[in-house]
Design a protein around this ligand. Structure first.
Ligand code: XBP
Ligand code: MG
Length: 243
């Protein structure tokens, strides 16, 4: 059977399109904690551990249960988290809009090449939608959000990565089987999510995710700097031939 033709690239956002976590999200969380008068500050190492929990609200809830169980037990804790997360998102969007988070090497080229070649483009991210559009606008092109056929982000699905939900949500709207697509991810959580949706996945590891379990990936690269679309298509077809 001929391996499936590559018809779409599905990009994760945080850690994949850009190194957004240490100098972006983490800084925004800390700014929100200060603004809310909370004695919480996440240093780079502690944040790396907390990244095991996908989703900013879920991450803060996990942390609160550890350090402030009485707060986490309050009936209005969910509402409190939503307000705190809105503060954080405001800080993050402002930080991104200021150009603080450039795309990782080779990402813009691959996106532009895929677009020129007529592939469909999609986003499958745990982060909030406003964070995605802010990053695309500030770091790729003003109208870059329009380049994507589907943008799946944040709370549109109940279960976050490593659950496959966000990738299934994107596939449904792309109208493509997982095997005709290639996902690009940075973390084990993300890889599990994409594989769970039957999507061959290329991993570009980063400082926070290097050394995680990437078994099942089509390939693990340090970045996309030397990667052109033709190579991605070969990776996709060789993977398809063996699975
Ligand atoms: C990474 C995440 C997100 C971000 C924070 O998403 O898990 O939660 O860390 O963004 P992905 P929010 O790698 O799937 O892009 O605070 O908006 O959740
Ligand atoms: Mg990621």
């Amino acid at each position: 059977m001929l391996p499936a033709m590559l018809q779409a690239l599905i990009f994760d956002v945080d850690g994949t399109l850009a190194d957004t976590e240490r100098d972006g999200h983490r800084v925004a969380f800390n700014a929100a904690f200060r603004e809310a008068g909370l004695p919480w500050q996440w240093d780079a190492r502690a944040y790396g551990e907390l990244l095991a929990v996908s989703g900013g609200k879920e991450r803060m809830a996990h942390y609160a249960r550890q350090v402030a169980p009485e707060l986490a037990a309050r009936p209005d804790f969910e509402a409190f988290l939503r307000k705190l997360h809105a503060l954080k998102t405001g800080h993050y969007v402002r930080l991104v809009a200021g150009g603080a988070l450039p795309l990782r090497p080779g990402v813009a080229n691959l996106i532009r090449e895929a677009r020129a070649a007529g592939l469909k483009l999609a986003i499958a991210s745990t982060t909030s939608p406003e964070n995605v559009t802010a990053l695309l606008r500030a770091s790729l092109a003003h109208d870059a959000a329009d380049w994507f056929d589907v943008i799946g982000a944040g709370d549109v699905v109940p279960a976050k990565k490593p659950a496959p939900d966000i990738y299934l949500w994107v596939l449904e709207r792309l109208g493509l089987p997982g095997g005709d697509c290639l996902a690009v991810e940075d973390s084990a959580n993300g890889l599990r999510a994409a594989l769970g949706a039957g999507i061959p996945t290329l991993v570009t590891a980063n400082a926070y995710t290097r050394g995680q379990d990437f078994s099942g990936a089509v390939a693990v690269l340090s970045d996309l700097a030397a990667t052109i679309l033709a190579e991605v298509e070969v990776l996709h077809s060789t993977y398809g031939a063996h699975h």
